[in-house]
Design a protein around this ligand. Structure first.
Ligand code: ZN
Length: 242
């Protein structure tokens, strides 16, 4: 089964559509949270995500914030503006959908969490030390996370006392080995200085992970951000990919 793994869409409809077209055929979708926040299309993105086949979708910190479940003071000024705007924009139906999403799930041999298995909503796994700390909280061979908006892989075999980061080629299936923490990057707001939307294809039979990037019409999204009254920085950062 080919699983499309996406995360951190952040209300960027144009990037989401580009990913769905570029991904080709897939039988299931695992979405790691942050459907909304920053971008101009929260309702449209939720609408599309809900229609995806065999969907498993998590809630993220921005989704929680848009539901009023996290004090917005925990976010920086620009993010706060985006959260307030999103709170106003969300329909009741879509708010209810976000409320229904779990923070962590286990599927097959995979643990899925937005931030980390130790602290699913808020913790970022950015380095080997944080990866090490989190392997203790994983009872499966693999763990998929989002939140950092960075495509990353950390590997720690059962015989190894420490984690190592692994760099892989784009568009090339990479063979999974127990145990790994994998991040597909962000669909709607990449932060690795590559503005292209990021996603991964997980092949459950072959046990491979393929990281992909796709360009999309950023100008189109920037216009909608500015027209909707969201902070200008939400638009400018998309070109820089941070
Ligand atoms: Zn995010």
């Amino acid at each position: 089964m080919r699983v499309l793994v996406i995360s951190d869409i952040h209300a960027n409809l144009t990037a989401l559509e580009a990913v769905l077209t570029d991904a080709g055929t897939f039988e299931a979708v695992w979405c790691l949270g942050d459907l909304v926040g920053y971008g101009p299309d929260p309702n449209e993105c939720i609408e599309i995500v809900q229609t995806l086949p065999n969907l498993n979708c998590l809630v993220g910190n921005h989704d929680h914030a848009a539901l009023g479940m996290i004090p917005i003071a925990r976010f920086n000024q620009d993010a706060q503006e985006g959260i307030k705007w999103t709170m106003e924009a969300l329909t009741d139906e879509h708010r209810d959908y976000l409320k229904s999403l779990p923070a962590i799930i286990t599927l097959e041999n995979f643990t899925l969490a937005h931030g980390s298995p130790r602290e699913p909503i808020w913790e970022y796994i950015l380095d080997v030390h944080l990866a090490d700390a989190n392997f203790a909280f994983i009872n499966t061979d693999f763990c998929l996370v989002g939140h950092s908006h960075l495509p990353l892989i950390f590997f720690r075999s059962n015989h190894q006392a420490y984690s190592i980061p692994i760099a892989i080629q784009e568009n090339e299936p990479f063979e999974l080995r127990p145990r790994m923490i994998l991040n597909p990057g962000s669909v709607g707001q990449p932060r690795d200085l590559d503005p292209r939307a990021a996603y991964a294809i997980l092949d459950l039979e072959e046990q491979t992970w393929e990281l992909n990037r796709v360009s999309y019409d950023i100008t189109d999204v920037q216009l909608r951000i500015l027209q909707s009254g969201l902070p200008e920085r939400h638009a400018t950062r998309l070109v820089a990919g941070w």
